[in-house]
Design a protein around this ligand. Structure first.
Ligand SMILES: *Cc1c(COP(=O)(O)O)cnc(C)c1O
Length: 366
């Protein structure tokens, strides 16, 4: 049997990409906000339903530079149940992450537990729309308003998600998207920020382009995080097929749900109200005492059939070796519980219903 990995990059037809990049051979304009960059930026503003987008080299730089652009200080309330990037971006800005526990149903930050973590040093909240699940955006905004905090969403998983009729990137001060090869929408590597405040946009533009305002004026100490034309071209191609891709994922998620719901000891993600989802991931949380077999054992048994699921997110970022002795994972018991039991099953556009059935058969055999 062929290997099934947890994810597989979506790609356009080879010829479609070749046609898209042909102009670059005519113009010799390969980066620095060229035509592909501009076109993708505009198309994404429309597709994502947000006012402003700026394109970047990757999702991590979107978060790291956003925190810098907002000139944050002191402490930032965030979640340890995320990819390394979220926490690293905070620490790399010289800020202190303060970890809040997560909601046991959708695994996003538990908004009811944020306020008790606020001190006079707190400057922002950095929640994550984990697996494309929408955070409690109303409550988070309410807390932020009352305490004068910025809200920067890590929306790396939430491409195309809509909540109450609005694009997910229109909530908070800034939302950071990842267009990494493994995400629902990819530009090979890439990312973007969505934001409302034009002043934020101006600062971000400086940070992504050495602070160069024009040929003779450099007005900020910027880095380099510009998306190049080849990546933008990949994005233009992939964006043409995104609806179809998400529809394919939907069929697979429904099949997984049908086969695995109601199995004692396997917890699936509930569907969120008022949300148009993107079907980015299919995590299960395994309760060994009920299911009989634990997460690690399931993962190994699937691997024996050449199926590679991932313990995503394990370990918690607060347990990383690079942060040894700095944080206590017991401060976030729900996050700890979930991360020790979660297994993310393979899910990508080209996965077939037969593959899903095979994966479910192995699981149910156990
Ligand atoms: C992928 C991801 C990132 C980082 O994005 P890159 O484009 O890989 O830099 C950040 N946060 C989360 C939750 C992610 O899944």
């Amino acid at each position: 049997m062929d290997e099934i990995l947890v994810t597989r990059s979506s790609m356009p037809q080879f010829q479609e990409y070749v046609d898209e990049i042909k102009e670059l051979w005519d113009s010799h304009w390969l980066t620095n906000m060229g035509v592909k960059h501009k076109e993708l930026q505009k198309k994404l503003e429309e597709y994502l339903g947000v006012e402003n987008i700026d394109l970047l080299t990757n999702g991590h730089m979107a978060i790291e530079l956003s925190l810098q652009a907002l000139n944050l200080t002191g402490e930032v309330i965030t979640t340890p149940y995320t990819f390394a990037s979220t926490t690293h971006a905070i620490v790399r800005n010289g800020l202190t992450p303060v970890f809040c526990d997560i909601d046991p149903n959708d695994y996003t930050i538990d908004a009811a537990k944020i306020e008790q973590l606020i001190t006079d040093k707190t400057s922002a909240i950095v929640p994550v729309h984990v697996y494309g699940n929408v955070c409690n955006v109303e409550m988070i905004q309410n807390i932020a308003d009352r305490h004068h905090l910025k809200v920067v969403y890590d929306a790396a998983h939430a491409f195309g998600v809509r909540y109450r009729g609005k694009g997910i990137g229109s909530y908070g001060d800034v939302s950071c998207f990842s267009f990494h090869a493994t995400k629902v929408f990819n530009t090979i590597e890439g990312g973007a920020v969505s934001f409302r405040d034009p002043e934020f946009g101006r600062i971000m533009y400086g940070l992504k382009n050495f602070g160069i305002r024009d040929q003779e004026l450099v007005d900020s100490v910027g880095a380099n995080a510009k998306m190049n034309e080849f990546c933008a071209a990949m994005g233009l191609c992939n964006l043409r097929h995104i609806r179809e891709g998400i529809a394919k994922r939907c069929v697979l998620v429904e099949r997984y749900s049908e086969r695995l719901s109601g199995i004692a000891g396997l917890k699936l993600m509930p569907r969120q109200a008022d949300v148009v989802p993107n079907y980015a991931y299919f995590p299960i949380v395994v309760d060994e005492t009920v299911f009989g077999v634990g997460r690690d054992e399931i993962s190994e048994r699937l691997a024996r059939h050449n199926i590679f699921a991932r313990k995503y997110f394990y370990p918690l970022t607060s347990s990383f070796v690079c942060y040894e002795n700095q944080f206590d994972p017991d401060d976030t018991p729900v996050a700890r519980y979930v991360s020790e039991r979660v297994l993310t099953l393979p899910l990508y556009e080209d996965l077939t219903i037969e593959d899903v059935d095979r994966i479910c058969d192995i699981l149910l055999d156990i």
